[in-house]
Write a protein that binds this ligand. Structure first.
Ligand code: PHE
Ligand code: NA
Length: 454
């Protein structure tokens, strides 16, 4: 049997895990989610979710991958023959995410070029939906492939699959060792520049101003848990897959803390940078910050181009850096999502890596072209909404309940991790995973369920 691929260095693994975690979710999702859910007060549910669910689950997934040394379905199978489906379910969700995540990276790639000559013109919204995505036509009509997105999309897949073809050490590890340091440097430049814009402090004020009344709102807790799970790439089979390539001697708990705090640190940085820029935008238009706030597609592809238009001193380079960092953050996440289903089909059907990448990645690439059609944006919204509302927290809940209550494996995993890690897992870890997280997630799911019925 072929020896299992391994990361060559500890830094290589950490950078890959951090690369998976830091993505579009940090740059455009977190700032808007935090602002809408209590601003400074959001940090209370957010930190609670990070410390009682995010990091404990990361430890759990690292342990599962390290112990069973398989892709998610194989690892769950080795844990118990009856739980392989849980791995496939997670793999399926990762696959769906990869199909639209790739499209957004492709947009960012185009926009990094437009940044140099302000190719988006004065009406940035009209440009995105009209000229670039050509969505002015009837949404039901999914006519031709939108010319502008097609070429960058092909490029995104060539890069991603090219890296996966090269394998864990020469592909994934090398790519992340380049992408992540580059990303951090680019992003620091952007944040510093944004902080020196007039009006930046008003933006930060709006971002951090706490609305403590929000803490009693269950919706705010849903938002915090959703953000932590999506942002840390937990419950998508990814961290299990990556940790299955860890060398035998690896410090699990330390790696989990480093990954968790790096991701949240980057998120905070992104919030500061984005709101500084929004503060500038509000001031130059003579309106309040609340009038210009937005997240997601609108923030990155409508508001940011507008900000760049509005400040002549922000030359093409600032815009380029912003969109290039979206590309880097996105690619390192897309690589991890794609590795998840590549590894799963490779092991299930005994394929070579090359074949698994060609089939799995190829299929996702073809489906992603759907999102690059005229009706694509609507699919994208539906997929994103579905994944975030029902996917993430629900799968996380099933995962902890299966591991902690049905299989009662917590002690086994604690001993496994304690045998190789510096930070020892104690009763707190068991309580977080077995009691606090299932209760909070269950209460949240119940609330969502009721909301959707009413
Ligand atoms: N964690 C990534 C982000 O914050 C997104 C992601 C989700 C990556 C799920 C892989 C799996 O954008
Ligand atoms: Na993230």
């Amino acid at each position: 049997m072929e020896k299992r691929a391994q990361f060559g260095t500890r830094a290589g693994f950490i950078l890959a895990a951090v690369g998976s975690a830091i993505g579009l979710g940090n740059i455009w999702r977190f700032p808007a989610v935090a602002y809408e859910n209590g601003g400074g007060a959001f940090f209370i549910p957010y930190l609670f979710a990070l410390l009682t669910a995010g990091i404990p689950l990361l430890v759990l997934e690292f342990t599962i991958g390290h112990k069973y040394r398989g892709s998610a379905p194989l690892s769950y199978f080795r844990m118990n023959k009856k739980t392989e489906w849980l791995g496939w379910w997670q793999v399926l969700v990762a696959f769906v995410i990869s199909t639209y995540y790739a499209v957004i990276i492709a947009w960012a790639m185009s926009y990094s070029v437009f940044a140099f000559n302000k190719g988006w013109g004065d009406d940035t919204e009209g440009f995105l939906f009209g000229e670039y995505l050509k969505l002015s036509v009837d949404p039901g009509q999914t006519g031709g492939i939108v010319g502008g997105v097609f070429i960058p999309l092909v490029l995104v897949w060539i890069i991603t699959l090219g890296i996966l073809f090269k394998g864990v050490k020469k592909g994934i590890e090398v790519a992340n060792k380049i992408f992540i340091p580059a990303l951090v440097i680019l992003f620091l430049i952007i944040v510093v520049r944004a902080l020196t814009l007039p009006g930046a402090l008003d933006g930060l004020d709006a971002f951090f101003k706490p609305d403590f009344s929000k803490i009693a709102d269950p919706g705010v807790w849903v938002a915090a848990y959703g953000q932590i799970f999506f942002s840390l790439s937990i419950a998508f089979a990814i961290m299990i897959t990556y940790s299955s390539y860890l060398p035998k001697k690896s410090d699990i708990t330390n790696n989990a803390f480093i990954t968790g705090f790096s991701n949240s640190g980057f998120e905070l940085l992104a919030g500061i940078g984005v709101f500084a820029a929004l503060g500038f935008m509000a001031q130059s238009q003579g309106v309040g910050v609340e009038e210009v706030v937005s997240g997601g597609v609108g923030l990155a592809f409508v508001v940011f181009p507008q900000i760049i238009n509005e400040f002549p001193a922000l030359n093409g380079l600032f815009g380029f850096l912003f969109f290039a960092s979206l590309v880097l953050a996105g690619l390192s996440s897309l690589i991890s999502i794609s590795e998840t289903y590549v590894a799963a089909v490779q092991e299930k059907f005994g394929l070579s890596r090359t074949k698994a990448v060609a089939f799995g990645g190829g299929l996702s690439a073809v489906i992603s072209i759907l999102f690059a059609t005229q009706g694509g944006l609507y699919f994208l919204d539906v997929a994103d909404y579905f994944i975030n509302q029902f996917g993430v927290a629900f799968i996380g809940l099933v995962e902890v309940v299966v591991v902690a209550w049905f299989l009662r494996k917590i002690n086994t995993f604690r001993d496994h991790s304690n045998g190789i890690s510096d930070i020892q897992l104690g009763g707190w870890w068991k309580v977080c995973l077995g009691v606090i997280t299932p209760i909070v997630l269950g209460w949240m799911m119940f609330g969502l369920f009721k909301m959707n019925l009413l």
